[in-house]
Ligand binder design. Structure first.
Ligand SMILES: [Zn+2]
Length: 478
């Protein structure tokens, strides 16, 4: 980490919906609000009509406890809910039921942490359970729209809020942190990251001890690094011109990929928090927390270690594979089908990502079965194909979804192991390239040219070490 980037301080406030719940946090309205006509997925409780009473979703408590535990939080055994009062159309009852209270109330959990790959600890100050507000939308952008629309279908969905200390030192730290957090939540099966709006993030960033700028409305984890990079560059460029950064709240426009000023920081808003007396205080017994811990699914860190033991992956490969639960599950299916699980890991963790980057897709959208990776890994480990041919097959398999063996048969990519055949090829190359042969006899570096010709001629089906040996032998008798 360079000293320059250490002068950057980033903190995140992450909101994650508990998408695996069937119903909202305090009522029986379904939690699958997406794709429904606006304002149809509601009931008196979630829009707060007078006389309606909230009832806490018990499963939300189970899930939140699992999350808190897996993020190393100290769970508060006694907690109450608060009303956070504010006047804004995304909460029709003019308050949000949440847990945090600046006057000293208790959140769900405090003092958690996530470790980055290099061992740095990112402290998580607190975690709380709260309801999601309604969704506000605009015609076009927030600046140009003449209308504001509000859809209460989302109001009341269970959210957890996780707040980090400003321990992140660069936008890429933020990405790594969010990858780890997502993988944990996905392994707990409480969150489907693929659902639109299931995670949102606010970020604050300051440069060289300057004023803190808050970026609101980052609508996916992938956008966070982008928004932070933009803001870091903006702040550095202001500093280089001698202009000081204003403390302000900025909006991330993910279409134009810029941050725009929303408001300069006023006084801290007074939300007049007071206890939500319609809900009873919650007590989590030790037995309850122990049971949750006992039934906890396998977490990424444990899985990483198991992958190394069970499939002989290197620690680096295992780490890449568990970064994303889908990839981890996929790799495990492939590894189980293969006699060479270590090769499977290399194909998926090393060879696949550059291909996906290039075509701008993810593994989910590829029409390739895990068994195909297993088959190719087996062919490599049995020496049926050279590394170079394997690469050809690999790319063809990813592009067409065909089985590796079919591609292999069709292209005739079997390794030429018969020494007489290899000798014939070498003889032919020597005959075709007399100048290069002369050069190679004088300068061993020029041998590579002849080797390249042999590989070209055979589409890489010859073992390079055998070819090198034969070329050297032939040169010595010239
Ligand atoms: Zn409802």
């Amino acid at each position: 980490m360079s000293s320059e980037s250490k002068k950057i301080k980033i903190g995140l406030e992450v909101h994650c919906q508990l998408t695996s719940l069937k119903t909202k946090l305090f009522c029986n309205s379904p939690s699958d609000y997406r794709e429904k006509p606006p304002n149809t997925n509601i009931c008196p409780v979630c829009i707060g009509t007078p006389g309606s009473l909230p009832v806490l979703n018990r499963n939300a408590l189970n899930y939140a406890t699992m999350v808190a535990s897996s993020l190393n939080f100290e769970i508060m055994s006694h907690m109450i809910f608060f009303r956070k009062n504010y006047f804004y159309p995304d909460m029709s009852k003019n308050f949000q039921i949440t847990q945090y209270d600046r006057a000293g109330g208790v959140p769900f959990a405090i003092n958690g942490y996530i470790l980055l790959n290099d061992g740095r600890k990112i402290r998580l100050g607190r975690m709380q359970l709260e309801e999601d507000p309604a969704k506000i939308s605009y015609d076009g952008t927030i600046e140009s729209s003449s209308e504001t629309y509000v859809d209460y279908n989302r109001a009341g969905i269970a959210l957890i809020e996780i707040v980090t200390e400003p321990d992140l030192e660069s936008p890429s730290d933020a990405r790594e942190f969010l990858n780890k957090l997502s993988s944990i939540l996905e392994h707990l099966n409480v969150l489907d990251l693929g659902l639109e709006g299931s995670v949102r993030c606010d970020a604050n960033i300051s440069h060289r001890g300057g004023k803190r700028v808050e970026i609101k409305n980052i609508s996916s984890f992938k956008e966070v690094e982008r928004a932070l990079n933009f803001e870091m560059t903006r702040q550095k460029s202001l500093a280089s011109k001698g202009i000081s950064v204003s403390q302000e709240t900025r909006h991330w426009d993910d279409v134009r990929r810029i941050t725009i000023s929303l408001r300069l920081k006023e006084e801290e808003q007074d939300y007049r928090y007071f206890p939500e007396t319609d809900l009873v205080p919650v007590t989590l017994s030790e037995t309850f927390i122990e049971k949750i811990n006992h039934d906890m699914p396998e977490l990424p860190k444990e899985r990483e270690i198991r992958f190394q033991q069970e499939y002989n992956h290197s620690s680096e490969i295992a780490r890449v594979l568990v970064k994303d639960k889908y990839l981890a599950d996929y790799s495990e299916k492939a590894a189980k089908e293969s006699i060479a699980p270590r090769e499977v890991g290399i194909l998926l963790a090393v060879n696949l990502p550059p291909f996906l980057n290039e075509i701008g897709k993810d593994l989910k959208s590829l029409d390739v079965a895990p068994e195909h990776f297993a088959e190719l890994a087996d062919m490599i480990s049995k020496g049926e194909v050279s590394r170079r041919s394997a690469k050809t097959i690999f790319l063809e398999m990813l592009k067409t979804g065909q089985k590796p063996r079919n591609i292999f048969d069709k292209k005739g990519l079997d390794v030429i192991s018969d020494s007489k055949s290899i000798e014939d090829i070498v003889t032919k190359i020597f005959k075709d390239n007399p100048e290069a042969v002369k050069d190679a006899a004088k300068d061993t570096k020029a041998i590579n040219f002849l080797l390249g010709k042999i590989m070209q001629e055979t589409q890489g089906r010859v073992d390079p070490s055998i070819a090198t040996k034969l070329v050297k032998q032939k040169l010595s008798v010239q």
